[in-house]
Design a protein around this ligand. Structure first.
Ligand code: CA
Length: 222
């Protein structure tokens, strides 16, 4: 999952970035509202964390402008402790959730994961399709009740496909959402991950190849 962090306090920004990278997110950071707005317009994110007090353009304005341009990824705002008006303003501008500083990283992570899965239409943290289950909080995958050992990359591919069901996901979209900018963008690497993933979740066969386009995670409804 690709996340945008817009936070002007360098130590907090770096702490957030390293924590979320450690948890498997691909992270982009912006240090002010102008840069945040630029990233938000330019790239597709799965979720964003936006501090409200920012230099150049404040966080409320950043969110309002993105929403006015119909950019819809979920946004969690960071507010100063005790400033309840900020929460209201943030939500009214188009944010989806908030956290008051200081906060626990674990809580932030849980809220971000909830935002991502709700945006994809899942209410439960365990994504289920037939005999396949993916627990987004424990990062565990089961086929017919049996635990399947996946590498971090294989897990990320499966999670992204399950969160984007019944549509074609190209290899470059997978690369954009799952890997850091400096990742080797060779599409053969994705093919290898998908191939291994398919073998590991056999006999489940929900990942279809769409020739020349990418992959589609097929559900019963699709
Ligand atoms: Ca700030």
């Amino acid at each position: 999952m690709r996340i945008l962090i817009v936070e002007d306090e360098a130590p907090l920004r770096e702490q957030l970035a390293s924590y979320l990278k450690g948890d498997g997110f691909a992270v982009d950071c912006a240090a002010d509202g102008e840069e945040g707005l630029y990233y938000g317009r330019e790239y597709e994110y799965d979720v964003a964390v936006v501090d409200l007090g920012l230099p150049k353009i404040d966080g409320i304005e950043v969110i309002s402008r993105l929403r006015a341009e119909e950019i819809t990824f979920p946004v969690l705002v960071l507010t100063a402790r005790g400033h309840w008006q900020d929460k209201v303003q943030g939500l009214e501008a188009g944010a989806d959730d908030y956290l008051a500083k200081p906060f626990q990283m674990e809580e932030l992570k849980a809220r971000l994961n909830a935002l991502i899965r709700r945006a994809a239409g899942y209410a439960s943290p365990v994504l289920s399709q037939g005999e396949l289950q993916l627990d987004t909080s424990k990062k565990e995958v089961r086929v017919d009740g049996r635990a399947v050992e996946l590498t971090a990359y294989e897990y990320k591919v499966l999670e992204y496909l399950m969160l984007n069901p019944d549509r074609v996901v190209s290899k470059s979209e997978l690369t954009d959402h799952l890997y850091e900018q400096d990742f080797d963008r060779d599409s053969n690497v994705i093919e290898v991950f998908v191939g291994r993933l398919r073998k590991k979740i056999t006999p489940v066969n929900f990942i279809r190849t769409v020739r020349g386009q990418g992959y589609r995670f097929v559900t019963e409804n699709g």
